[in-house]
Ligand binder design. Structure first.
Ligand code: FAD
Length: 422
């Protein structure tokens, strides 16, 4: 039996985690660490200055551990700068010649008027947005900038208390699904039997992400010597135990860790499904040797994934005619988009950066799994499918790989904690 085969009993996966552990720790984790250090994957463009769209009293943590170092333009590879409209515009205004056809409509561009093209662009934007599970930042905004993820690691920042709890509360209370009012008595008796599969999947994905964040901050905890004030970083086994032990969590801890494995398997499936697309990507940074090398690293990584049987079958979702699947899918999307917007309310820049990146990565995985459903991509568990209609921006590919990298790191860390607890 497998760890988390997706069926109506999704909340009670019974099988062992050993298979996932050995795939991850021996094969995927080392490869991913290697990939994520490369230029294409480590520069992430993000807007950390957006206002919180949901509430006003949004105080910001001023601790230096929450600070994010942003990149200077000179640190960026030329290829990434060239693809970026912000730098492209500044180049154009400096009188540099630009290739009008690069990455746009090519020949077609010359046959349509400016107005038509603007209308086309705006419709294209609208169309793309329909598929998205996340609000993407406006890349051309002056407030967006590049961050080197390798230089700003996700770790303990000290962000906690009412501000952090308000975020997690509003995610669970307002944006995870709830049983209908008339199902309330049944809900009290057993939530599993009332909530449909899709809604339970939604909760497990969010909870898995939450567990992953908790794992990182406990794995790279800050210890301060009370006498010398000297700071050191390392795993805090006691804190990990507090967050996941059945005794201190009313029995919830182990299920929360299982949810993390669940989220991992969903993202793994999305990457496997998008493999034909990802294998064709050029990973362009402007340095031919580097780009070829990264393409090979990704290829080897994807081939490793393809040898592992898929444990998540997305075709089981949004198919039950009694549950109005079209409406349900729209609700699923809109709840997830809300969660991505809540990330602009996180009061610590470092947490906001990684929160945005990980929700965007999960949103990209959902986009891969649930768009193109009527196309060839529908074939269940098929990694060879050619997802012709799939279109991913660089920011989505970077988010997807880094988000999966975070989950992969969590599984690695959980094993380290496990060995210390035994
Ligand atoms: P919290 O983690 O705040 O959890 C609140 C409540 O949610 C718990 O009491 C429990 O009832 C429930 N809960 C906990 N885990 C789960 C789960 N897996 N599934 C379902 N329910 C759960 N802090 C850092 O130090 N570094 C970071 O990088 C960082 N990033 C963050 C990113 C985001 C988006 C947010 C919202 C917070 C982040 N934080 C970060 C803060 C961190 O997540 C905790 O809020 C903080 O450490 C306080 O933890 P806590 O023990 O009070 O419980």
């Amino acid at each position: 039996s497998c760890f988390c085969e997706l069926n109506s009993d999704v909340d009670h996966c019974t099988c062992s985690v050993n298979n996932v552990d050995s795939l991850n720790n021996l094969k995927l984790y080392p490869r991913l660490q290697n990939i994520l250090q490369r230029d294409y994957f480590k520069f992430f463009k993000v807007n950390l200055n957006k206002d919180c769209p949901f509430w006003k009293d949004n105080s910001q943590c001023s601790s230096k551990d929450c600070h994010v170092n942003q990149c200077e333009e000179t640190q960026l590879p030329d290829g990434i700068k060239d693809e970026d409209s912000k730098y492209k515009h500044s180049k154009e205004s400096q009188g540099e010649k630009c290739d009008d056809n690069k990455g746009t409509l090519g020949k077609l561009d010359r046959t349509i008027s400016i107005e038509d093209k603007e209308a086309f662009d705006s419709w294209k934007k609208h169309d793309d947005a329909q598929d998205n599970f996340c609000e993407l930042d406006d890349d051309s905004s002056e407030s967006s900038s590049y961050v080197d993820l390798q230089l700003n690691p996700e770790r303990y920042t000290g962000y906690n208390g009412p501000s952090a709890h308000k975020i997690w509360n509003s995610i669970y209370e307002e944006n995870c699904f709830k049983p209908e009012a008339n199902d309330y008595i049944a809900y009290i008796q057993s939530a599993d039997k009332v909530m449909c599969l899709e809604k339970r999947v939604f909760y497990r994905l969010v909870s898995g992400l939450h567990s992953s964040i908790s794992t990182h901050l406990t794995a790279i905890w800050q210890f301060k010597d009370p006498f010398t004030n000297k700071v050191t970083w390392g795993p805090n086994v006691k804190e990990f135990k507090r967050r996941f032990d059945p005794v201190t969590t009313d029995g919830e801890g182990p299920q929360r860790l299982k949810n993390l494995y669940f989220t991992y398997l969903v993202e793994l499936r999305a990457i496997a499904k998008a493999a034909p697309y990802l294998n064709k990507e050029s990973y362009y940074t402007g340095n031919q040797t580097e780009d070829r090398h990264v393409k090979n690293l990704v290829k080897e990584f994807l081939s490793e994934i393809s040898s592992f049987p898929a444990h998540f079958d997305e075709t089981q979702l949004f198919k039950d005619e009694f549950n109005n699947p079209i409406k349900l899918k729209e609700e699923f999307k809109s709840h997830f988009r809300n969660i991505s917007k809540i990330m602009d309310c996180v009061g610590c820049d470092k947490c906001r950066l990684w929160g945005k990146l990980q929700t965007r990565g999960l949103g990209t995985a959902l986009k891969i799994l649930f768009t193109n459903e009527d196309q060839q991509c529908k074939s269940p568990l098929n990694t060879e499918t050619n997802c012709n209609n799939l279109q991913l921006k660089r920011t989505e590919i970077v988010s997807l790989f880094n988000a999966f990298g975070r989950l992969s790191r969590s599984i690695h860390e959980i094993n380290q904690f496990r060995s210390k607890l035994n």
